[in-house]
Design a protein around this ligand. Structure first.
Ligand SMILES: *Cc1c(COP(=O)(O)O)cnc(C)c1O
Ligand SMILES: [Zn+2]
Length: 422
């Protein structure tokens, strides 16, 4: 089925055929939305055809994806997505919320949300016969591309800032990618990657540049939709009284703005198909020291002015967000907003989530820190159902985690010493 019928520029609206462009709009550099043939999908599929599939990964949503499933044996590439949603009743109570959940993306094969994007890009690379896939990364996108590539023997090259957390660099190396550390920022690595891809003919996965990353990230929206259907059976039945509830509010941390744009795209797909009758509210959270998109949102426009990014949340530390315009729209068009949080709030969020059994990296914690602020300011109220996306595992950045909690005491191995301590 040819459901992938082209691209549409998010800035000028110009449409392109699938073979006509590869990355961004040739006229204005705008991010390209993948265009699907909704009528063809509608003719062939109903929601029930998807939700009854016996497939516990993002490939469950193949009918809504612009790539073919990379066939073959079960590998980590076939295990991206389908992450659990946990209820957080005690934290909900603390925040004055009746309905609070967390979707835990640290359960992905390489322990971050980025596996969703990399799985789809690697599938695309295989389709177009790309010999080498390359990406710039603050760490997670690279680890995801390296891991998903390793799964099917695809060659990968990763550029990351030399300051990336050790665990992320270790993942890149262990997965066997060619790793090049750049003596500069993520933004420097980003620009170099595009030059290298053009020079050597590599297929570039860069976030907010390659249109397929958002198509991978949108699968989280499909999972949230399906989870919500199971919870409430209310998203696609116009006359269901449960629809009188406020819409689901989703908190997501934002760096380049591609996760939030991908989520938005997923819900827009479902809306266009008539499978949901209203959009959830999407709230983006940025670190105060890396808030170019929040700034644009607050200014009321779509102009993204670069900042000099500085935050402990390395995964969302970005000078010039590459998917800023769509990221602003994701909040604006869904009745959401942007919230900025301090590094100390991020560290506090790591410590707050841990006792619920969830170990988050700083960027994941930022989303929860944003919720704490939103709850205290009445941006969300007691009856609002709220879902926080944890985008990455705490094991990715152990140094930050250790800053979030007090040190453990060291004692002599005697009962006497223990008693004295207690
Ligand atoms: C990449 C990343 C983000 C932000 O995603 P963007 O698409 O850059 O906005 C958030 N959290 C984690 C853990 C990430 O790796
Ligand atoms: Zn354009």
């Amino acid at each position: 089925m040819t459901k992938f019928i082209g691209y549409r520029c998010s800035l000028c609206g110009k449409e392109y055929l699938p073979g006509q462009v590869t990355y961004t709009c040739p006229s204005d550099g705008g991010n390209l939305d993948v265009v699907l043939d909704y009528a063809a999908i509608q003719k062939k599929f109903q929601p029930d055809d998807l939700v009854c599939r016996d497939e516990s990964s993002l490939w469950r949503y193949l009918p809504l994806l612009p790539v073919a499933e990379p066939g073959g044996e079960s590998t980590p590439l076939h295990a991206a997505g389908w992450t659990p949603v946990f209820a957080l009743p005690r934290l909900g109570q603390t925040l004055g919320l009746k309905y609070l959940w967390l979707k835990d993306e640290s359960r992905n094969p390489t322990a971050s949300f980025k596996d969703r994007a990399s799985a789809i890009v690697v599938a695309r690379a295989r389709e177009i016969g790309a010999e080498v896939v390359v990406t710039a990364s603050t760490g997670n996108a690279g680890a995801a591309l390296a891991g998903m590539s390793a799964a099917i023997g695809q060659k990968a090259v990763i550029f990351a800032p030399r300051t990336a957390p050790q665990a992320k660099i270790a993942q890149l190396l262990v997965f066997g990618a060619k790793v090049i550390l750049v003596d500069g920022t993520y933004d420097d690595a980003f620009d170099l990657t595009i030059q290298a891809a053009n020079e050597f003919g590599w297929y570039c996965r860069n976030t907010g540049y390659n249109p397929f990353t958002a198509e991978g990230k949108k699968t989280a929206a499909f999972e949230i939709w399906e989870w919500w259907l199971n919870e409430h059976r209310s998203w696609h039945t116009a006359d269901n009284p449960l629809d009188k509830h406020p819409p689901l509010t989703i908190f997501v941390s934002v760096g380049d703005g591609n996760i939030i744009s991908g989520l938005h795209k997923g819900f827009k797909d479902l809306y266009a198909l008539g499978w949901i009758n209203r959009m959830p509210r999407i709230i983006g959270v940025q670190a105060e020291g890396s808030a170019a998109i929040a700034n644009a949102f607050r200014a009321g426009g779509e102009t993204i002015t670069p900042v000099s990014a500085k935050t402990i949340a390395d995964s969302i530390s970005v000078d010039l967000p590459r998917d800023g315009v769509r990221a602003v729209r994701a909040a604006r068009e869904t009745g959401g907003t942007y919230i900025t949080v301090k590094d100390e709030d991020i560290l506090a969020a790591i410590a707050a989530l841990g006792p619920s059994g969830v170990f988050v990296e700083p960027a994941g914690a930022a989303a929860y820190a944003g919720l704490v602020q939103a709850a205290s300011q009445g941006v969300v109220g007691a009856d609002d159902p709220v879902l926080v996306l944890n985008t990455g595992s705490g094991l990715k950045d152990v140094r930050a985690a250790m800053q979030a909690v007090p040190e453990a005491p060291v004692i002599e191995p005697t009962l006497q010493a223990l008693k004295k301590f207690l």
